[in-house]
Design a protein around this ligand. Structure first.
Ligand SMILES: [Zn+2]
Ligand SMILES: [Zn+2]
Length: 463
């Protein structure tokens, strides 16, 4: 027996999870959290379509919660096996799961108070720690046995630090097949990270399609625009606020600021990374210089290591964060949450939005309904902590810093496979999947499928 059951992220972006069954063993590829509306997120608590205690091992593509966020739940329900991830990924998974558990516990306390009945978190901090203890670090490119009959090799996916495409060789008796799971694929030529690695053989490919229907704006245009905003701000008075996600985006912003330090006149500013989680994640990035691309390696060596910024302040404690609120001018503040719905950025917005000499640079995606989206849509006031705050600061929305490859990046990665193996698209909403299916089959003549959850692919039946 060798088959793959599509379970999560078939027809949606989050909740990545696929079930591999080979010669009586069960291995999960990812065990991600469903993220989005409350109704979507309630699905996380539903039973798995398999017995957690009978799962033999888990293989993680990378640390984003939509790929690893249900691990503590799997452990809580009886899973005791190893969880394999790339070494830097393991460090990031630990940070993200601890944060997810903290938020779950906080939310459960709040709901309990509000409803007057005991609401339990999806998992506790202790349960997240249990899951972290099951992590087993593995390097890129070196094959290892997961269970008898399943051998895995991690390849760089260029999406966030430690992100992998997973090459899986399955063997049952004298039948052997090669499955490649793309994980989330990055853009080519992104800063810090290497390009998605080329893999040349597979019998079948499981591939993400998040931006399969889109082309991204050129990154260099975005960087130029950020430079212009900072140059203009530097000639007047005021602060610059950059809401950013803790992992990936925050490190890229710091890197770009360092790289353009002279050019953008950054010595005139004090730069704050105001997010304990982003600080921890940045340290993982800085400690893993062996994973950098050529440019980051060179800049880091010239500079005696990362970060490249001499005037960077890491504000860990709440008091340090509050002290930033007293600065009227000359601060660049990078803080979470990415969508301005919570976290320390909210306090900075409250203190800075009211003045026209301050700037807000929006670098990431803002979901509908978020405070960040209201800023993007140029609302005259936003509500923060129950107060209506007039938006007089200048808000700049710059796109183009996506951690995901677009249509062309995805197709370029696929075209490394010499025999054009069949493709099963996952991790994409239906429109994006459909667009990419047409695009890829037109461009490279591939057979492309859009599987539904519960669909089973017989690997032995592939020729
Ligand atoms: Zn991801
Ligand atoms: Zn993802």
């Amino acid at each position: 027996m060798m088959n793959l059951e599509f379970f999560g992220a078939a027809g949606e972006v989050t909740g990545s999870c696929h079930v591999l069954r080979v010669a009586g063993k069960t291995v999960l590829l990812d065990c991600g959290l469903i993220q989005g509306s409350r109704a979507d997120e309630e699905r996380n608590a539903q039973p798995f379509p398999f017995d957690a205690s009978k799962v033999d091992a888990v293989v993680l593509s990378h640390a984003h919660l939509d790929h690893c966020g249900r691990l503590p739940l799997l452990v809580k329900r009886g899973f005791r096996g190893p969880v394999y991830a790339q070494a830097a990924s393991c460090d990031l998974v630990a940070i993200l799961l601890a944060d997810a558990a903290r938020l779950e516990e906080r939310d459960a306390r709040y709901q309990s108070r509000k409803t007057g009945r005991r609401v339990k978190p999806l998992y506790s901090i202790d349960e997240a720690n249990d899951a972290v203890r099951q992590l087993q670090a593995r390097p890129y490119r070196k094959p290892f046995e997961v269970v008898p009959g399943v051998e895995v090799r991690f390849r760089d996916a260029g999406h966030i630090l430690g992100s992998c495409s997973v090459e899986v060789r399955v063997t049952d008796g004298d039948i052997s097949r090669r499955l490649v799971f793309s994980g989330d694929l990055g853009q080519y030529d992104t800063p810090i990270l290497k390009d998605p690695e080329c893999i040349d053989h597979a019998d079948v490919v499981l591939m993400e399609s998040t931006y399969g229907g889109r082309r991204h704006r050129d990154r260099s245009e975005t960087i130029r625009e950020i430079g212009e905003i900072i140059a203009r701000a530097g000639s007047g008075k005021g602060n610059i606020l950059i809401p950013a996600f803790a992992i990936g985006r925050s490190q890229e912003i710091l890197y770009q600021l360092g790289k353009h330090y002279e050019e953008w006149g950054l010595h005139r500013f004090e730069i704050f990374l105001d997010s304990p989680m982003a600080i921890e994640a940045s340290k993982v990035y800085w400690n893993n210089s062996r994973l950098y691309d050529e440019e980051a390696t060179r800049l880091s060596e010239e500079n005696g290591g990362m970060p490249l910024l001499p005037n960077l302040r890491l504000s860990q404690q709440t008091e340090e964060s509050m002290a930033i609120n007293r600065i009227r001018s000359g601060a660049i503040i990078i803080a979470g949450s990415g969508m301005c719905n919570g976290g320390r950025i909210v306090h900075h917005l409250k203190h800075n939005l009211g003045h026209s000499h301050n700037q807000v640079i929006i670098v990431g995606y803002m979901a509908r309904g978020s405070t960040g989206r209201k800023l993007v849509d140029r609302h005259e006031t936003v509500r923060i902590h129950g107060e209506h705050i007039k938006v007089r600061a200048q808000v700049h929305t710059v796109g183009g810093l996506s951690a995901h490859g677009d249509q062309d990046d995805l197709a370029r990665w696929y075209e490394c496979f010499e025999e054009r193996p069949p493709v099963y698209l996952v991790h994409g909403e239906d429109d994006a999947r459909e667009d990419f299916r047409n695009y890829l089959s037109g461009r490279s003549g591939a057979e492309v499928y859009a599987p539904e959850p519960g669909e089973i692919l017989d690997l032995a039946g592939l020729d």
